[in-house]
Design a binder for this molecule. Structure first.
Ligand code: ZN
Length: 460
């Protein structure tokens, strides 16, 4: 009979151990160790929430292999999993199509200001985003399209073929640098995760409409597809991409349509009533990726009840059966009832439920981590308080309900006086657009189709 001994101890000093992407230095780790024959299935489960746990299999007194990290936030910077990574600098504000364009850089500026005022940025590792290299962009985009963006930045141009110079995507000075810096921000977040960080929140990222050879829907380059490609080039693993923006995540879906390494789930207002027009449940993936593109369209007026129901009946079962190594979430907030562009009625409570669940599931399944990006959201103050709330949830920090006078002053100074009432919505929203009965019946139908078309590929 196999003799198994297990001990736990806190080691003073540092140890080195292999991770997905190399050797990591870990300070003062709490270690659970078991003495087993090589190849024996590991019997221990780690319970509770210690700061950092390594499970090591000891082959002999000198050789150990770390098989799993329990991720949790560590108290100091020097630790392997470290702080949440937050790529931000004011240089990101240069991504501005026109003064009257709905994608306003103030969304980012106000989010940053509010998060800072609430002390949340003291808990993160802020990094300055670099401009992505051409080589990075070519992980997803064609050289011809990249050339078109470069040349449009030098002179006024319109190229319908490449989606540039259109009303959605007007040309602006230094468009190439600005768009490549957005990619750089998300890519830096991904690289930090690949180097051992648990999670990152890139508020400037989430340009999910950009296609391989065409700008689309305010998106020049697709930071999400590029970041995922970067990871997959380095490591064979499974990525779950969850997109709760009001618009279909078409660019990311298309990028991985034939892959079963990346499952894309997009919850969005139906393409029958909103850009980009795609995202019905029958777009289920191609070739070996059939069953790995998941679309949940909802009709105008769908709100908190629907989003939470989709979470419980579609997202969680697929998450648990797919068991991704990395979660990527596109957290566009244009589905909020205050948003001027779409016609959904989510509240802060809906988003909070989704994010808390993703946090739990990531802790349980995702050994590589969680990359969160921003996305849509066109009421800048509303965006700022929601993304700040999301950051607080990811950090396990409390935030006060009332805005500080400083934040209200910052809003007023930037010309925004129609403020939400506080960090979280107070009341339920009155039914908008379609009746509640119609919204429910339509979602019943969509979920039934998903259960028929998608679930059988996952043993559900
Ligand atoms: Zn959107």
């Amino acid at each position: 009979m196999l003799a198994v001994t297990a001990i736990s101890l806190t080691l003073r000093g540092a140890i080195y151990c292999p991770s997905h992407f190399g050797i990591n230095r870990i300070e003062n780790p709490l270690i659970l160790m078991a003495n087993l024959d090589p190849g024996t299935p590991f019997p221990l489960r780690v319970l509770g929430a210690p700061r950092q746990v390594l499970i090591l299999i000891l082959y002999d007194s000198k050789t150990a292999i770390a098989i799993r990290y329990k991720r949790d936030y560590a108290e100091d910077d020097n630790t392997m999993r470290g702080k949440l990574v937050y790529p931000y600098s004011d240089a990101l504000l240069q991504y501005e199509f026109k003064k009257d364009h709905p994608l306003k850089p103030d969304r980012l500026k106000l989010t940053y200001e509010l998060s800072k005022q609430l002390g949340l940025l003291d808990k993160v590792k802020q990094i300055e985003p670099k401009v992505a290299t051409r080589q990075d962009l070519e992980l997803f985009h064609t050289p011809e399209f990249i050339d078109a963006v470069i040349s449009c930045g030098k002179q006024a141009c319109a190229s319908l073929r490449y989606g540039l110079g259109t009303p959605d995507n007007p040309i602006f000075p230094r468009i190439y640098d600005a768009a490549a810096r957005y990619v750089g921000a998300t890519l830096e977040g991904m690289k930090e995760i690949m180097a051992g960080a648990s999670n990152a929140f890139c508020i400037s990222g989430g340009l999910h409409h950009a296609q391989r050879s065409r700008a689309s829907g305010f998106c020049i380059f697709n930071d999400i597809a590029i970041a995922i490609m970067q990871l997959l080039n380095k490591k064979k693993c499974k990525v779950l991409y969850l997109d709760i923006d009001a618009h279909h995540g078409d660019g990311v879906q298309n990028a991985f349509y034939r892959s079963k390494d990346v499952m894309t789930i997009s919850v969005h207002q139906s393409g029958k009533t909103l850009f980009p027009g795609t995202g019905n449940v029958y777009e289920a993936g191609g070739a070996e990726g059939v069953g790995y593109s998941v679309n949940v369209p909802v009709i105008p007026g769908a709100g908190t009840i629907e989003l939470v129901r989709i979470l419980n009946e579609v997202i969680v079962p697929l998450f648990e059966s797919f068991r991704p190594n990395l979660l990527v979430t596109q957290l566009g907030v244009d589905g909020h009832f205050m948003d001027p562009l779409a016609h959904l009625a989510y509240t802060s409570h809906a988003y909070e439920t989704v994010i808390n669940k993703m946090k739990d599931l990531t802790g349980e399944y995702c050994d590589i981590g969680w990359l969160a990006v921003g996305g849509g959201g066109y009421h800048p103050v509303n965006v700022a308080r929601l993304w700040t709330l999301f950051l607080a949830l990811m950090l396990d920090e409390e935030v006060p309900q009332k805005f500080s006078d400083d934040f209200i002053l910052a809003c007023n100074n930037m010309g925004y006086d129609r403020c939400p009432e506080g960090m979280r919505d107070n009341n339920d929203v009155e039914q908008m657009y379609y009746s509640r009965e119609d919204v429910t019946l339509d979602l019943d139908r969509q979920i039934r189709k998903i259960e028929e078309i998608i679930f059988p590929y996952h043993g559900l």
